[in-house]
Design a protein. Structure first.
Length: 288
């Protein structure tokens, strides 16, 4: 079994460039970039807990159909079989529903933790996972402040699963499946700037209906999924102790202080994996 030296050195070289230049967390907007991130605005005052979004997501991604109807006694979690869930919470205003999924952070911690760019922030805004670049380290799972990415532990060819905002549909000019399926208008798709403007309009025009808080506008440096609710966010299962500064910003100084070997080891392993992958496939084919 031989190593493909060109593939191996290319991968290792990318890691070295990361150390020298500082790691980009994607295509975050700046003053010189007129591109707007796309995102979602979820309005819990309009959600009736019908799970249409869940069924549409499952169908769109060939996942098992949802079974559990929102029950305030049970907080359902995302796993390798479902990329989004709708939970019910008992509040002073009665049952309130919350759709949970990937937050698509402006500066994602999962992307910053991924040395091979398997987890990637697209220029359109969605954070996607690219299996051909993944080495299975699962650093993305550990780093996510929202505990979103899930791993297929029982699969012979495991994947990292999470909402990708139906990125394949966006590339064809379509909207996410969950948005299309929501007849109540609880989920809105648009540019992040437009969604924040719309959220503020709703709060201003209906101050008795909404709490004056757009969750995701500032949390963790800002997210692509924004929330409006009639009660305080901590009553709906939201993490309200997150910092407003992006989490990757905490590691910028660290990257320049740790020995290079600790940062290069994952890329080194990926280089070996990539260089020998074709050999393994050839051997498997020959044994069939």
């Amino acid at each position: 079994m031989g190593l493909d030296r060109r593939v191996f050195m290319k991968t290792l070289g990318l890691a070295g460039a990361t150390l020298a230049l500082g790691k980009s967390t994607g295509t975050a907007l700046n003053k010189d970039n007129p591109t707007e991130f796309y995102g979602l605005l979820y309005d819990s005052t309009r959600c009736i807990g019908c799970q249409s979004c869940e069924f549409a997501c499952a169908e769109s991604h060939n996942l098992p159909e949802p079974e559990d109807y929102p029950d305030p006694e049970v907080v359902r979690k995302m796993d390798e079989t479902r990329r989004t869930v709708v939970n019910a919470y008992t509040t002073d205003l009665g049952e309130t529903y919350v759709k949970e999924q990937c937050m698509h952070c402006n500066e994602p911690a999962c992307v910053a933790a991924c040395l091979t760019e398997a987890m990637y922030k697209t220029k359109e805004g969605p954070v996607i996972w690219r299996g051909d670049k993944c080495m299975g380290c699962r650093f993305c799972m550990v780093s996510c402040p929202f505990d979103i990415p899930k791993f297929e532990y029982h699969s012979s060819n495991p994947k990292i699963l999470k909402c990708d905002m139906c990125y394949d549909r966006l590339q064809k000019g379509e909207i996410p499946a969950c948005v299309e399926a929501c007849e109540e208008g609880a989920i809105v798709f648009g540019t992040r700037r437009e969604l924040i403007k719309e959220a503020r309009r709703r709060i201003h025009e209906n101050p008795d209906l909404y709490k004056d808080h757009i969750y995701g506008e500032h949390e963790a440096g800002g997210t692509g999924l924004l929330y409006l609710a009639p009660v305080e966010m901590d009553k709906l299962g939201f993490k309200t102790t997150l910092q407003n500064e992006s989490y990757p910003s905490l590691t910028k100084g660290f990257l320049y202080s740790v020995p290079s070997v600790f940062v290069l080891v994952p890329a080194l392993l990926l280089g070996i994996h990539e260089a020998t992958k074709n050999n393994h496939q050839t051997e498997d084919d020959g044994n069939e």
